[in-house]
Design a protein around this ligand. Structure first.
Ligand code: 4NP
Length: 152
């Protein structure tokens, strides 16, 4: 089993969106016995909470279920339990690199790993529906590309 971890700040907007989209694509491709994913936040402000209601509804409108997810904080043990840990933006990437013990899973930027350049998935938290749609667009395109790369 190849284990993937998506990481953002609060684990209530961006990384749960990537988590829900990726697991949906994996299930649809019949690859759930080979690929799995989870998500975390670099900060603990929202631990135990479901994803933001705006993220849940935007994802649901495209057929991705997020409502069962609960926010968790990134811990040092995650680096040894996951094969690939993907940062949603450069801030998370720096935080993860500083925290990573030697010999753990590989740490990379989500969009770069997906072959989509070195950009960030912008934080939609202080914004509106358009920004949540933009997060979904990036997560769908990135997760599709990642799936192709991991299970060609
Ligand atoms: P996320 O968005 O990192 O995509 O889950 C955020 C959610 C909450 C906060 C920041 C970003 N916050 O500061 O509480």
């Amino acid at each position: 089993m190849f284990k993937l971890l998506f990481v953002c700040t609060g684990n209530i907007c961006r990384s749960p969106t990537a988590h829900g989209v990726f697991r949906h694509l994996v299930a649809r491709a019949g690859l759930a016995d080979r690929l799995s994913c989870e998500s975390r936040g670099t900060h603990g402000y929202h631990v135990g909470e479901p994803p933001d209601a705006r993220a849940i509804s935007a994802a649901a409108a495209r057929g991705h279920e997020l409502s069962d997810l609960r926010a968790r904080r990134l811990s040092p043990a995650d680096f040894t339990q996951f094969d690939l840990l993907l940062a949603m933006d450069h801030g998370h990437l720096g935080h993860m690199r500083a925290m990573a013990p030697p010999g753990g899973g590989r740490v990379a930027l989500f969009l770069e790993e997906a072959g989509m350049g070195k950009g960030d998935v912008p934080d939609p938290w202080y914004d509106g529906p358009a920004e949540f749609e933009a997060v979904l667009d990036l997560c769908e395109a990135g997760c599709q590309a990642l799936l192709k790369k991991l299970a060609p």
